[in-house]
Every structure is written in structure tokens, then in C-alpha cells.
Design a protein around this ligand. Structure first.
Ligand SMILES: Cc1ncc(COP(=O)(O)O)c(C=O)c1O
Length: 425
């Protein structure tokens, strides 16, 4: 029996005086349309409150969150321990820049390092920044430690990757939407098929300094590589003196039923890139985590960020590590994941043509005869469940780990009903 953490029972109305009622959704959507760049295509739900796995819209309607902000709200909306840590810190100190020391950085960095078994932390803000920083560290390590001739460093990446949206990162994306029209592109990357160890072996020239890989490709539709692949990559990188850099920004910190998705394959990477859930759904917090022989290549003035490692981010990040240290969230994701997988498997042949999952994270391929992933997500939203499509016919399910069994079952019931409705059309 899985026990429900207290915070999922939190009432959705915040403490204190009732805030003024926001303008109606239609008005807000019209303003957004005119004044916000159209770089997203959100569902037509305007959220005003959240607690645990529930959110509430402008009309006071409740929805189940089955996306968890791409794992950024792994611990649910407004987890009391995280909100408490943020509140305490807001009352003390929020920003110093790294020009001065503050009292939150040391405890955060040592706790995070200990959680994932590494000596040092480079604190940043967004996931893309952590990836960029990891690339810079790997190149510098390649020149200074491995001895690659200056300007020749190469990094191997996998086809279908998603590592963020900066110019360098989209340079090695093969998604035409992410990449098209944004050139010229940054050189220095070699793309190999995901899951193909022979291709990686062939690409492994003397100039390769790192392999940058998602242990599970989230944006690609929760693609899990064949068993033994990641262990093979580890063996190959070790033999060739190449850093293995695992992007655990979406897969890490509890989502898959372990602290790191790499653990499912017994894999220890040289560098972990973390983000999303590290900010507890409150502030952007990301980090490059590695041992001293790797992160030690950075010297004063060579890399930085005004907001990276700020007191508020560190206080929240430390509270996140505190939650993960208990192991409770990892276990809960694993248990609820079995429940979710069992339900999803029963939909195969009934509107679903494929399911991939690890822990509380699933990619569900919808039978294209029923409609697109977007069609399914829109129909789910009408049934008050919020999920996200990807790559045409796949939907991604990643509810907050604090979701109750009843809420999980209810959301999956709605998916079943949506598929039945679409099949009956
Ligand atoms: C695996 C992975 N890496 C990096 C990123 C980029 O993170 P951010 O959106 O915080 O820049 C994402 C975002 O979805 C991701 O899934």
C-alpha cells in the first residue's frame, strides 16, 4: 500500500486574503496571443493555483497534472517542505552574485554531490545552461587533461536528442523545428543513432572528448535504449579516455524510480547534468556535477552566471536533496509506475500501439487512425487531465510523484474514455 504524502491533501486556496479574481480565460488568452511570442502551443487552460497533483483554472475548475512541467514539479505543486525553505530564504537573503560568498551554497553543493556520488558542483539556472556548461567543461578537459589539439575537440551525441534550445545545443539537434532557420551552427559534434553501440565505436576518434547522452530520451517520446547499451557506452568511453556526460535533467531526481536513470543500468557517468526538479517547481536550478579532476579545469573568470547558485536557488535545491535523500519519492515513483504501466499495457490494441515507461514516466503511442497526440491531449483536457503530446502521435505522461493512487487511476480512466470516444467517432 502506498501512503499518500500529506501535501497532496492541501487545499488549493492559498492562505490569507482571497486574491482578486483574475480576468476570464478568454481575455487572458487574447492578451497572450497579442503580446507573447508564439514559441509554444499550449492547451487552452489558464491555471491560477496548484497543490500536489492538482491545478485549478480561472473558472475554479480542477485538473489533474499529468505532465509535472516536464518533471520540474516532480514533488508536486507547492510541496510544503520546499515552499517552507523558499519562504525562509526569501525572508533572509535572495541574491549576492558569486562575487561574494553566501551561507547556502556550501550546504547545497555538498549535499547534491553526496546524493549523486560526486565531489563538485557547478551551479547554474536552466537545463540548457547546464548542458552548455557541461560542453565547455568537457572541451576544456579535453584540451588540458586529455591533450586534444586546440580547437579539435569533438562530442558524440545521439540522434533524436533533446538537450535544450541554445544556439550550440540546437546545432546538434535533428528536430527540424528546433534547428531550422537558426544557423549558422556550432561545429564539433558527431551524431550517431541512439542505441547503436557499433556506430558509437566507429565515431570514437582520438579527438572525441565526451559522449553527451540522455539515459532515456524524454522529448523523443520516453525512448529507452536497448539493455546493455549504456553499459557498453560506459565501457567504450572508459577505454578511449572519453568523458561520459549523462543529461539527467528530465530523467533524474526520482522520476524513473531511482535518483538517476543511469542507475537502472548500474551506470556511473563522469558528469551528470541536472535541472528541472532540482528547483522544486519554484525557481530554475540546474547543475553540472562531477569529480574534481573534471570540474577542476574551471578557474576564476572562465565561466559563470549572475544568478547561478543564488541563495534562494540553493535553499530550495538543498530542500529538494533533503526529500530525495529519504528515498521515499524514488520508491513511490517505482511503485506507482508499475500501476501506471499495467493500466497502459491494457490499452494496447484499444487505441494505443506502443508503450514505453520507466517509473512514473511513460511515452504512449496513439494509433494514428484515432487522431494525433494533440487530439488526445485536447480531449484529455476536456476531461480535466493535462498531458503533452510529442512527435505527432505520442503522448507523454509524467504526473507529479505525490499523485495519489486514486488520482492516477482517475487520470488513466479518462485516457481510456478518450480513446474509446475517438474510436467511436
Ligand atoms: C534532457 C533535457 N535536457 C535539457 C533540457 C533543457 O532544459 P531547460 O528547458 O530548463 O533549458 C531539457 C528540457 O526539456 C531536457 O529534457
Amino acid at each position: 500500500m502506498i501512503t499518500m504524502p500529506e501535501q497532496t491533501r492541501t487545499v488549493l486556496t492559498p492562505d490569507g486574503p482571497t486574491p482578486p479574481r483574475p480576468p476570464a480565460a478568454a481575455e487572458l488568452l487574447a492578451i497572450e496571443d497579442g503580446h507573447v511570442a508564439h514559441n509554444y502551443h499550449p492547451l487552452d487552460v489558464v491555471i491560477t493555483h496548484g497543490a500536489g497533483a492538482l491545478v485549478v483554472d480561472t473558472e475554479g475548475e480542477e485538473y489533474l497534472d499529468f505532465l509535472a512541467a516536464y518533471s520540474a514539479t516532480n514533488f508536486g505543486h507547492r510541496h510544503p517542505a520546499l515552499i517552507g525553505a523558499a519562504r525562509d530564504q526569501l525572508d533572509r537573503l535572495t541574491l549576492t552574485s558569486r562575487a561574494f560568498h553566501h551561507d547556502q551554497l556550501a550546504p547545497f553543493a555538498s549535499a547534491l554531490g553526496e546524493l549523486v556520488g560526486k565531489e563538485m558542483v557547478l551551479p547554474m539556472n536552466t537545463g540548457a545552461e547546464a548542458v552548455e556548461s557541461g560542453i565547455k567543461v568537457a572541451r576544456k578537459w579535453g584540451y588540458e587533461v586529455k591533450g586534444v589539439p586546440d580547437g579539435r575537440a569533438k562530442i558524440i551525441v545521439a540522434a533524436g536528442n533533446f538537450h535544450g534550445r541554445t544556439t550550440t545545443i540546437i546545432s546538434f539537434s535533428d528536430d527540424p523545428d528546433a534547428r531550422g532557420g537558426f544557423g549558422p551552427y556550432t561545429p564539433g559534434f558527431i551524431t550517431v543513432p541512439y542505441g547503436d553501440l557499433d556506430a558509437m565505436r566507429e565515431a570514437m576518434t582520438d579527438d572525441v572528448v565526451a559522449v553527451l547522452i540522455e539515459p532515456i530520451q524524454g522529448e523523443a517520446g520516453v525512448r529507452i535504449p536497448p539493455a546493455g547499451y549504456l553499459a557498453g557506452v560506459r565501457e567504450l568511453t572508459e577505454r578511449r579516455g572519453v568523458l561520459l556526460m549523462a543529461d539527467e535533467i528530465q530523467s533524474g531526481l526520482g522520476r524513473t524510480g531511482r535518483t538517476l536513470a543511469c542507475e537502472h543500468e548500474g551506470l556511473v557517468a563522469d558528469v551528470y547534468l541536472l535541472g528541472k526538479a532540482l528547483g522544486g517547481g519554484i525557481v530554475p536550478v540546474s547543475a553540472v556535477v562531477a569529480d574534481r579532476d573534471v570540474l577542476g579545469v574551471l578557474k576564476p573568470g572562465q565561466h559563470g552566471s549572475t544568478f547561478g547558485g543564488n541563495p534562494l536557488a540553493c535553499a530550495v535545491g538543498l530542500a529538494v536533496v533533503g526529500l530525495l535523500r529519504t528515498g521515499e519519492f524514488q520508491d513511490r515513483a517505482a511503485l506507482l509506475g508499475i500501476r501506471m504501466r499495467d493500466r497502459l499495457d491494457r490499452l494496447v490494441g484499444r487505441g494505443v500501439i506502443g508503450v514505453r515507461s520507466r517509473g512514473l514516466w511513460a511515452g504512449v503511442d496513439i494509433d494514428p487512425r484515432l487522431g494525433t497526440g494533440r487530439d488526445v491531449c485536447e480531449a484529455l483536457a476536456r476531461r480535466h487531465v493535462l498531458a503533452k503530446d510529442t512527435h505527432g502521435s505520442t503522448i507523454r505522461l509524467a504526473p507529479p510523484i505525490v499523485i495519489t493512487e486514486e488520482q492516477l487511476d482517475h487520470g488513466l480512466d479518462q485516457l481510456e474514455l478518450v480513446l474509446a470516444d475517438l474510436a467511436a467517432r
